[in-house]
Every structure is written in structure tokens, then in C-alpha cells.
Design a protein around this ligand. Sequence first.
Ligand code: SF4
Length: 122
Amino acid sequence: MEMLFIDKHIGDIESTTRIAVIRCDIVSEACPGVGCFMAFNKRSMHFSEYGPNAQMVAFFTCGGCSGRRVYRLLGSLKKRGVDVIHLSSCMQMENYPECPHIDEIKKTVENAGIRLVEGTHH
Ligand code: SF4
């Protein structure tokens, strides 16, 4: 009986996915990020692929145009075992300010070897 519990526990640890979200610094002045967290907590929209053991381990803004904070934080995120980075929906939606640096930000994440997902709650 005890062995079954241990095996299940190990399986839970192995299936943990560590997720970070990058959001727009300008939009963060007016948005507390509730939509992103609600989508993650419900495993909806761009978080629907994750199981119950997935964890949101980082949630930060780009640092302002031109997204300089992204490169600086990637090393720290890699050291802490982040598996995937989502770009928040506010960075890509038409009714928000269009991000003139989105392509560079995407490339910076991809060059770091971390999986990139475009979008959170829309
Ligand atoms: S670089 Fe893009 S995401 Fe960052 S503050 Fe500027 S517009 Fe927003």
C-alpha cells in the first residue's frame, strides 16, 4: 500500500510544468493580471494543455519599451527550471497598444531555449 503512494507521488513531481508569464509594462499600470491568473487557475484558453500539477512560478513585466528586462531575467528563469514562457494576451491584442518590440522579445525567449506560447487569457 505504501509503495503505491510513493509511486504516485513521484509521478506527480515528474509531471510538474513550471510556467512564467511576461506581460506589457504599459498595460500593467491598469491591469493587475487577474485575467491571466484566472485562465491559469481554470486551465482555460492558452493554459488548457496543462495538468493539475502545473505551477505559475513567475509573472513579470517586460520592463518597458524595448522589453529590456526579458533578456536579463531569462538566465534566472532557466536556473530555476522554467519550462515554458507565455506572452500575455495584452501584448498581442488589437485593442491594446501595439507592441513595436514583440518580434525581438519572442526571439530573445526562443534563443534562450525556453518554449514560447503566445497568449494567456484571450
Ligand atoms: S516593449 Fe511591448 S510589451 Fe513591453 S512595454 Fe513596450 S509595448 Fe508593452
